[in-house]
Ligand binder design. Structure first.
Ligand SMILES: O=C(O)Cc1cc(O)ccc1O
Ligand SMILES: [Fe+2]
Length: 476
């Protein structure tokens, strides 16, 4: 059989909508009309359903897609152990045998943590999958509960004729440097810094790097799916609008033999399954979906389109007003993962301490910086820097550092634009977040004096109304 690649000039043309029911066909009349499973689907295609929720999930949660493809996904040789487990990949020495639970050990610690920028892949030996490192997480993918927080650094494309999928969850990718050219079963997504994308659980993809290297952050959702936050009194528009989410259009290759196992080339399919990597081979391309429809599909979003709202009177609103996407935990109002951004915005609040307030939170806050700097944190070397991160875990006190706090107390409160040319983000979770050995030690990026340098110098301003100070300095 000849190997051809259809040349799709519209490779990066998208259709729009978040959790919409979309459909796309790369060849006209490939989608059956009025039914999903005709006796013989059009053009000799196979119909295959991809279920992102149980069949019986309530309508507003239900996520399913129908794929019309040249060969069904089941036609592959058995999976065997691949690179090993996440634990081994991270040089933790953890065991990762075929089928053995091998999530890395997580350290739950109350200290505030901040990381210098994570290393690039200078060696050019890591691709988007092998270049991922689990920094922190909570829960367990086998129970479909919790999250994994990753950083990635890649210096090469994934191998030709390879694809990856995660059975563990949906992956929210936040590129910090370098463009990701993501070929998915549903079509292509080009994702650049200041854009994000979500690849749903089970969707196969291949990542190449047009810019040669890439670095960024990712959050894997072991439970449920991201939604747009409720808008409440904000009304019908605002924050991230549905129409700004972009989904691929169908695109496919033809590379197969007369039967599923007689193709001319071998494709490697890698799956992350309970944080353990398995590989299987098949002799037909996994990117053979000619048409699809449904509401379970990968999507990208340009953070520059976020419609930021804030106070126009006084006080510092909670950062929940900056929520781009939220993944419910099951407890009303408590997210297992919120994705929150801090975009450029005007601050106009009167008689207000304008930076993020001093804070202890039952939710844990993992922050990263895509570009620029974050108000209330020291920028530059040793500070909160693009490509670095911080974690303020459940009930761990944090807030503006001493210099920012003093500056804000004394600032003249004119309207001021903050965050120009910058974007920080937060993965906020109702779970207590544990840190991996890699995150605590192996990466060697933890700033040992973060808390001391940030808050050790916070001055006492307390004045007793009676004018008598009992400060220790007076007792000496
Ligand atoms: O800790 C942080 O920097 C995140 C944050 C920002 C904000 O504006 C208010 C509260 C909060 O936790
Ligand atoms: Fe906070």
């Amino acid at each position: 059989m000849p190997v051809t690649t259809f040349d799709f000039p519209e490779k990066y043309r998208y259709q729009t909508g978040f959790d919409s029911h979309l459909e796309s066909e790369a060849v006209p009349d490939s989608l059956p009309i009025g039914q999903n499973s005709p006796q013989k689907p059009p053009h000799g295609l196979y119909a295959e359903k991809l279920s992102g929720t149980s069949f019986t999930a309530p309508r507003h949660d239900n996520r399913q897609a129908w794929l019309y493809r040249i060969l069904p996904s089941c036609a592959h040789a058995p999976f065997g152990p691949a690179i090993t487990s996440i634990a081994e990949k991270q040089e933790n020495g953890g065991g990762g045998e075929n089928g053995v639970q091998s999530s890395p050990k997580l350290h739950y610690i109350p200290n505030q943590l901040r990381w210098d920028p994570f290393d690039h892949d200078q060696s050019k030996t890591l691709d988007f999958v092998s270049g991922q490192r689990l920094v922190a997480g909570a829960g367990d993918p086998t129970l479909k509960q919790g999250i994994g927080i990753y950083v990635y650094a890649a210096g090469k494309d994934m191998e030709d004729r390879s694809a990856f999928y995660s059975a563990d969850g949906d992956l929210l990718i936040v590129p910090q440097e370098g463009t990701l050219d993501i070929r998915t079963e549903f079509g292509y997504l080009l994702v650049r810094p200041m854009e994000i994308c979500v690849i749903p659980r089970g969707v196969k993809y291949h990542v190449s790097l047009p810019s040669g290297s890439a670095r960024g952050y990712a959050l894997e959702l072991y439970q449920g799916h991201f939604k747009l936050p409720e808008l409440g009194p904000i009304g019908t528009n605002g924050l991230a609008n549905e129409r700004d989410f972009q989904a691929p259009v169908a695109a496919f290759d033809e590379d197969f033999g007369a039967t599923a196992q007689e193709g001319p080339h071998s494709y490697t399919i890698t799956v992350k399954f309970d944080n353990t990597y398995f590989q299987a081979h098949q002799s037909h391309t996994p990117f053979d979906v000619v048409a699809w429809h449904g509401n379970y599909y990968p999507v990208k979003y340009d953070l520059g389109r976020f419609n930021t709202v804030g106070t126009i009177s006084y006080d510092h609103p909670d950062p929940s007003i900056f929520t781009v996407l939220t993944a419910p935990s099951g407890v009303p109002g408590a997210a297992i993962a919120d994705f929150v951004i801090f975009p450029p915005r005007w601050l106009v609040a009167e008689d207000t301490f304008r930076p993020p307030y001093f804070h202890r939170n039952t939710m844990s806050e993992f922050m990263g910086l895509i570009t620029g700097d974050y108000d209330a944190k020291r920028a530059g070397r040793g500070g909160f820097v693009p490509g670095g991160a911080s974690l303020h875990n459940t009930m761990s006190g944090h807030g503006p550092d001493a210099a920012s706090s003093e500056g804000a107390r004394n600032a003249e409160l004119r309207p001021a634009k903050v965050g120009t040319g910058s974007c920080a983000f937060m993965f906020e979770s109702c779970a207590m977040v544990g840190v991996t050995d890699w995150g605590l030690r192996t990466c060697s990026k933890v700033q040992e004096r973060y808390a001391e340098e940030s808050w050790g110098g916070v001055p006492v301003h307390w004045k007793r109304p009676d004018g008598v100070s009992k400060g220790a300095h007076l007792l000496k």
